[in-house]
Design a binder for this molecule. Sequence first.
Ligand code: GLN
Length: 515
Amino acid sequence: MEYRTFGAARRALDQNETTCEALVSACLDRIRADNDRLNIFTYVDDGGALHHARYLDSMREKGHERPLTGLILAVKDNICIKGRQVTCGSQMLDDFESLYDATVIEKLRDAGAIFIGKTNCDEFAMGSSNETSHHGPTKNPHDDAYVPGGSSGGSAAAVAAGMCHAALGSDTGGSIRQPAAFCGVVGLKPTYGRVSRYGLVAYASSLDVIGPMGHSVEDVATLLNAIAGVDPNDATSAPVEVPDYTAALDGGVTGLRIGLPTEYFAEGLDDGIRALIQEKVDALEAEGAEVREVSLPHTKYGVATYYILATAEASSNLARYDGIRYGHRADLQDVQRSLVEERETMQEALAAAEADGRDDRVTALRQEIDEQETLLNRLYTQSRTEGFGDEVKRRIMLGTYVLSSGYYDAYYAKAQRVRTLIRNDFDQVFEEVDVLLTPATPTPAFKLGEKIGDPLAMYLNDIYTVTANLAGVPGLVVPIGTHPDAPHLPVGLQLLGRHFDEAHLLQVGDAVMNL
Ligand code: GLN
């Protein structure tokens, strides 16, 4: 694509070197060329995007420009666009259409953005590789034998493959930042409450955030300008003033205090990633940043805490998919037939037991018959059995377990307390430094199939990202080159900041990319 960033496209539009329609066509060409191989989009809105582009072009002719006129945006398939599918990568929502626009969509459309399609993701955003999607895995555009990361892998891959200028993802435990690192793009998880969650299909509501992904920090800042702010439709969105995030970009790093948390550079970090990060740290110091080591002592509990709290919240959020209120419904007649057959079998067994005079068996069978599931309950069970994939089922079971009476205190309540400790770690460290600098992931992208059979190995991949969600602080990932031993695989660097201080992250992120 000729104009990879929105910044470049925008300048070309200003010079009348291109049109919105031409920008959309270029993206559609890229999609046509590679989407079958990479499985990035679950839905491409060619008609809608071209139509909107022509409208914006006609407005431009009349002198009407909006801040995002000409931005071609891909949207993760768990964010609602009215009248469009929102499958969340699940069979459960395979034929579900959104009845309303998410707040971010409304804001972006008003600002002139063009939506080109919905991107593949792990089922209900649960995963780190895009392999749990009912639509099949997305592949990494840098090497299609590798995963793009997850769960916003489709969005990261769409940006990396030049199929759009930028994309929206969601981040509950790293789902914007980890795929950004694996695909070599910029990804921002804003502070919890910075961006409205209205219209984002809920996974774990106390951790979920929508955020932008793009090729440049400037594009990500421009997008954040458009989507940030309080929203009456989301009680957890924060009434905190929204600065102009692009204004911060040229600030440089002189005098800025950057902390390197020891726990993020401990055992388990890939040597190549460590070396690349060290190079950037040295360069930042040479530019005048003050770098020091700091400690976030509760980091080691991050993954365990996250997987207790996220699954607990998920088990409750996903209760709505029962085939009646929402989602895939099993065939009612099949369900009814199976109940009737079951009952007949039990009754035959009862008659035989009665004939044989086996009293215990008679009592047991009578009880079974009495307690046979109702049609409604069996319909729920069957719909959920058919609609959800294995990983989602695993999480619902884990979450239900940690919330069950008898285990609640040992798991859920304890995890909440650890969450507070993790948050306190960040509060304390941000008294000493302005920004934290860490690796985004312990390894570069892994091969398709490499971890999908080992949930624990998959979960451990989130070690550097889940803490930001637990603490609610913002996190930015920027690409810093390719891996020394695997030059086809990108490496990302993560910056973490104080609540609502995205500006500093963007400032340092931009500086890192310009080093
Ligand atoms: N990989 C993490 C998980 O599976 C994070 C997912 C996310 O941020 N949505 O829960």
